[in-house]
Design a protein around this ligand. Structure first.
Ligand code: PYC
Length: 311
């Protein structure tokens, strides 16, 4: 029997399960190198933590690891029901809430190492967290795409720590009760990108689809984000909001340090801002996470579903 200590939280409704004890030994390389070891030797562990029957399709896991640089507060690898994430904005906010809950950090700025670079997470005395994300940029603008139910649509391809295809103007109102419909629409968009071989830079897979409608709770915009394993993000998606900020900046629609209020499909909100950095931007995303469970997972090798139900 293996025992794994986890602390769960949610950020704007999107869950994060932080593994604080009992994870695999991934050595002492960079987070990108450790991710490759995780993927090739311990993928069962990923599935055991987040997939049913212990988890659910929407659960995002975060494996805490000793950082390479002692000045950083932690290293982390994010994962989901089907694989691994480069960065995760709502998850990084969740990690900060957990480190605060465990009294391992104090308010102030903290470095978090991720597979795609180090981000700065600033915790305030009122438990808000601002993630200053990896540098983000728009790669291609207004890419045409033929989608069966939609005809020809146009979307931007942008990097915000993961690759996104961003589409405006498909929805007058994005409501959570229509989540199944938007899942089907965004899944068709994803399939069309694959069919046409449309990718991020250097052939990178675009594994997040983000569509936008008008804000309904005082936000500048509301989004629906399809994640790689077909769950939709309940939060406004930190990396997706970063990709959006890169597009707004490139179009001259938002100025440096101006606030962008991004709502999610469930009505939760992140505040985003950016600074120019080279051709792209350095986005900052502010939100709050709440710890909602603390438990020990029991991995019994005799259990036929010990390692989760994979899709
Ligand atoms: O907040 O960046 C994010 C995120 C990615 C996938 C789910 N949430």
């Amino acid at each position: 029997m293996k025992r794994v200590r986890v602390i769960d939280s949610h950020t704007g409704g999107e869950p994060t399960r932080v593994v604080i004890e009992g994870g695999p030994d991934l050595g002492s390389g960079s987070m990108a190198e450790r991710l490759e070891k995780f993927r090739s030797h311990h993928d069962d562990f990923r599935s055991a933590v987040v997939n049913e029957p212990r988890g659910s399709d929407v659960m995002v896991g975060a494996l805490l690891l000793p950082p390479v640089d002692n000045a950083a507060s932690t290293g982390v690898i994010f994962f989901n029901n089907v694989g691994y994430l480069g960065m995760c904005g709502h998850g990084a906010i969740g990690v900060m809430a957990v480190l605060d809950y465990l009294k391992r950090i104090k308010p102030g700025a903290h470095q978090i190492e991720t597979p795609v670079g180090t981000v700065t997470a600033t915790l305030t005395a009122t438990n808000e967290v601002t993630i200053t994300n990896v540098a983000s940029y728009r790669y291609r603008k207004a890419v045409p795409l033929e989608v069966a139910d939609l005809g020809t649509i146009h979307g931007d391809i942008a990097w915000g720590g993961n690759w996104f295809f961003l589409v405006d103007g498909l929805a007058e109102k994005l409501l959570v009760q229509d989540a199944e419909h938007w899942t089907s629409v965004t899944s068709q968009i994803r399939a069309a990108l694959e069919r046409d071989g449309i990718s991020g830079e250097n052939g990178a897979e675009i594994d997040h689809i983000e569509i936008f409608g008008p804000g309904l709770n005082g936000g500048d915009s509301r989004n629906f984000v399809l994640c790689p394993g077909k769950a939709y993000d309940r939060s406004p998606c930190g990396t997706g909001t970063s990709a959006k900020l890169a597009c707004l900046a490139a179009d001259g629609k938002l100025k440096p340090r101006e606030v962008w209020k991004q709502e999610s499909i469930v009505g939760s909100q992140f505040e985003g801002r950016f600074e120019w950095e080279g051709e792209g931007v350095r986005p900052s995303i502010t939100g709050r996470a709440y710890v909602n469970a603390e438990c020990v997972l029991v991995l019994d090798p005799e259990d036929p579903f010990c390692w989760g139900i994979r899709r």
